[in-house]
Design a protein around this ligand. Structure first.
Ligand SMILES: C[S@@+](CC[C@H](N)C(=O)[O-])C[C@H]1O[C@@H](n2cnc3c(N)ncnc32)[C@H](O)[C@@H]1O
Length: 400
């Protein structure tokens, strides 16, 4: 999608869809009052409540496609699919041979390959600024293919050192800058094309404003993890969004929902995810209220061990409890929450697109030509949206 009017029309259509159906996706199951939609759609509520664990594990993501799915959920899913259809962005036709870029794990390599295919024809300058670069796999790969010089920006000094070591071995001209871009915005060379693969939440927004204020000519960015931001909410940045959006902003739970879908999860990741839901619900039944989560290792051991970790950290005194009884009750609660949460799934992609269309609109309003589309197949990464923009030639004047 590249035409300005198309981006605005899509944004407003998604905004209207999200706003008119907000009672389905804004309330989270078990976070406050009874869910308002259950009165409007009692048959759907009943259908979801009746599902056992095995059905849920098997069908959580494809329920709207099942023959006996209540029409309301299938229709929401259909509307969502129509509103969110996006092309795969055109790139170089041949798959790129990136074997020279050693040490890139398999899935990351597929993402980089896909990103590079789309990015190569859109590089406007022989300098790259790699935003939240990690080991700079992306920019080293692009540099290998285009001969560009690289500046990478990353807060983890060890990753920066590895980026430089790998670059030396591969004869890539790379300078790694150790910088926390959220507290100290670096000055990017004004001749650079900014590239960024999966810079989390607010860091993508900082990338866009830095690209604009530093006067660079082009950017290619695939944002992710929209909830990772200090303010915990996203307020529309585009003038159109501020003027005409009925939503105006998205709260943290909506931002989390936008990237909740996990396409590729190993068995271990699935087990940890299931234990996270179970252990948290079970612990809450012992000590009501919220508590900070813990490292993954806390969810791979027993529930007793999990309780010991959390209660020690939070200073809680736990009542005596029967582990089996507590876990059985929590299992039922989690199952119901998952079932009732399924009405939120048709809104995940629209929320993700709303955010990125708002970013695209803001760039357009600032004088950029913007494309937005998918850079890879869903099986490579569910975070497949990419914003590519080039600054329009404009008379000298202050940057907005
Ligand atoms: C999801 S990884 C992506 C890394 C790389 N772009 C890639 O695709 O391989 C996000 C990276 O952002 C870095 N990061 C997180 N917060 C940062 C900050 N405030 N400033 C700079 N880098 C940050 C992390 O250390 C991590 O390397």
């Amino acid at each position: 999608m590249a035409k300005s009017s198309e981006i605005a029309a899509r944004f407003l259509a998604i905004d209207a869809f999200l706003h008119s159906n907000r009672y389905f996706w804004q309330p989270r199951p078990f976070h406050g009052d009874p869910l308002p939609w259950t009165e409007r759609a009692p048959d759907l509520a009943q259908w979801l409540r009746s599902k056992p664990q095995e059905w849920m594990d098997e069908n959580e993501d494809k329920a709207p496609l099942l023959a006996d799915c209540p029409a309301i959920l299938s229709e929401l899913h259909r509307q969502s699919q129509t509103l969110c259809a996006l092309p795969l962005l055109r790139g170089v036709e041949q798959p790129l041979d990136l074997r020279l870029t050693r040490g890139i794990p398999g899935r990351k390599l597929s993402q980089i390959q896909a990103f590079a295919q789309v990015a190569l024809p859109r590089l406007r300058t022989p300098v790259l600024a790699d935003w939240c670069a990690g080991k700079a796999h992306l920019s080293r790969s692009l540099a290998k293919l285009s001969g560009a010089q690289v500046h990478s920006y990353e807060r983890d000094a060890a990753l920066c050192a590895q980026a430089e070591t790998l670059a030396r071995a591969q004869r890539v001209d790379l300078q790694a800058h150790v910088v926390d871009v959220s507290t100290h915005t670096p000055t990017v060379p004004s001749t650079a094309t900014l590239v960024g693969l999966h810079a989390c939440g607010e860091l993508s927004d900082i990338a866009l404003s830095t690209a604009h204020s530093d006067g660079i000519p082009a950017l290619i960015l695939a944002p992710c993890c929209h909830h990772k931001r200090r303010s915990r909410r996203y307020v529309a940045r585009s003038a159109l969004g501020q003027r005409e959006s009925q939503l105006g902003a998205l709260e943290e739970s909506a931002l989390r929902l936008s990237t909740a879908r996990v396409v590729i999860a190993t068995r271990r990741m699935q087990r940890i995810r299931a234990n996270k839901m179970l252990y948290r619900a079970a612990y809450r039944s012992l000590v009501p209220g919220t508590f900070r989560s813990g490292p993954e290792s806390w969810f791979t051991g027993s529930f007793k061990a999990f309780c010991a970790h959390i209660s020690e950290r939070e200073g809680h005194t736990l009542p005596a409890f029967d582990t089996e009884q507590v876990l059985t009750q929590a299992r039922a609660e989690v199952l119901l929450a998952r079932a009732m949460g399924m009405v939120r799934t048709p809104f995940r992609r629209p929320i993700e697109l709303w955010l990125n269309l708002d970013r695209a609109l803001r760039l357009e309003e600032q004088g950029w030509s913007v494309e937005i589309g998918r850079f890879c197949l869903d099986s490579v990464s569910p975070r497949d949206l990419l914003i590519a923009a080039t600054r329009n030639a404009q008379p000298d004047g202050p940057l907005r």
